[in-house]
Design a protein around this ligand. Structure first.
Ligand code: SF4
Ligand code: SF4
Length: 341
């Protein structure tokens, strides 16, 4: 569908119509911060949010979910959870992170539980209107995204330019009624906004190109920064729990009180947590904080890149905001590795 214009009152009516027809989750104010939650009315939607506390991945891969149920007699049944929903107002860097998850969960072995949820999600992306203090999405190539969404909204002055890319997006936009085609002035302003985003979303500046990160890590395994910074680490795991491009999980069987039935669950896990690399017999492959701290950056900047072709960081800056020790920022870490090159 060609780009359309959506005035602010029409936008409000459209969101209200969506809420009547669908379960719509969008960024809302929570004190002086923002979080995704179910929208009860259009007025609660805050498309001017800088960043949400948790990324929208919680709707695609919830903190805990049942994979199968089983009984002692050996019967088991796969559980495919997930209801149709609309994720509204997703920033481009989070769209990019969802695209990474799609890739990761379909490469080699398709994860049917993830895909069952993913297929029921329609994404309405929104270009960033205010940048958070720690954002460096422009350094990671995710300040704007060309695809990965069903609908894209861009505020240009007093109106939105809205563009649908999929049949699911068309269906959502049909609820807005008949819309005017976006004129050349609005489209020009959108182009300008995309160019400006390359500066706006560089509040922290990475002093190398994203494609240089795997090589930088290759040369830096013994760098003193790992030890120096990790001495302040509490192993709290906050940096990985808030990350849109972290998707490690643990799987555990829980047997019911009747000792007859049970369920297999998966739940978020994180490589900064002490037990993450602990195996049967009690051996921990990354016993030291320094090893766990270093692993997080290697996993994101090199190992996943070698396997899947992307650096698993989209520059949202959530980890830097979540770390009480001030040591989780990828920009600060990579820049300190660069100092000694
Ligand atoms: S590592 Fe930090 S900045 Fe990068 S995507 Fe994760 S939370 Fe965002
Ligand atoms: S780097 Fe910071 S947020 Fe991450 S585990 Fe250590 S103290 Fe917690």
């Amino acid at each position: 569908m060609s780009p359309k214009k959506l005035s602010l009152p029409t936008m409000n009516d459209w969101v209200a119509a969506l809420i009547r027809e669908h379960r719509v989750f969008g960024p809302q104010a929570k004190g002086d911060r923002f979080a995704y939650d179910l929208l009860g009315c259009a007025a609660d939607l805050r498309l001017d949010h800088d960043v949400t506390i948790l990324p929208p991945r919680k709707y695609l891969m919830p903190p805990t979910e049942v994979l199968i149920t089983f009984t002692r007699s050996g019967k088991f049944e796969s559980v495919m959870e997930g209801e149709p929903l609309v994720l509204f107002g997703v920033h481009p860097y989070d769209v990019a992170a969802i695209a990474q998850m799609d890739r990761y969960f379909t490469q080699d072995h398709a994860d049917s539980h993830y895909l069952a949820r993913r297929k029921k999600v329609t994404i309405v992306a929104c270009d960033v209107q205010s940048a958070s203090e720690n954002v460096f999405a422009a350094c990671m190539g995710t300040a704007t995204v060309p695809d990965g969404f069903d609908v894209l909204l861009t505020l240009v002055g007093e109106t939105y330019v809205v563009e649908s890319r999929t049949a699911a997006g068309d269906a959502l936009l049909a609820l807005a009624g008949v819309l005017e085609d976006a004129d050349a002035v609005s489209l020009g302003r959108r182009e300008q906004l995309w160019m400006d985003a390359q500066k706006l979303l560089r509040r922290q500046n990475l002093r190398c190109r994203v494609e240089d990160l795997p090589g930088l890590l290759d040369r830096s395994y013994e760098h003193p920064a790992w030890r120096q910074k990790s001495e302040l680490c509490f192993s709290c795991g906050s940096c990985v729990m808030v990350c849109p491009s972290c998707f490690c999980f643990d799987v555990q069987d829980e047997v019911g009180w009747d000792l007859v039935s049970g369920e297999r669950r998966r739940q978020w896990d994180g490589c900064l947590l002490t037990q993450f690399a602990c195996v049967a017999g009690g051996h921990n492959f990354r016993r030291l904080r320094e090893e766990r701290y270093r692993h997080r950056f290697y996993r994101k900047g090199k190992y996943l890149h070698d396997r899947c072709g992307f650096v698993a960081c989209v520059g949202c800056g959530r980890c830097a905001a979540a770390c009480t020790s001030g040591i989780a920022s990828p920009v600060a870490l990579y820049n300190s590795l660069l100092e000694d090159q």
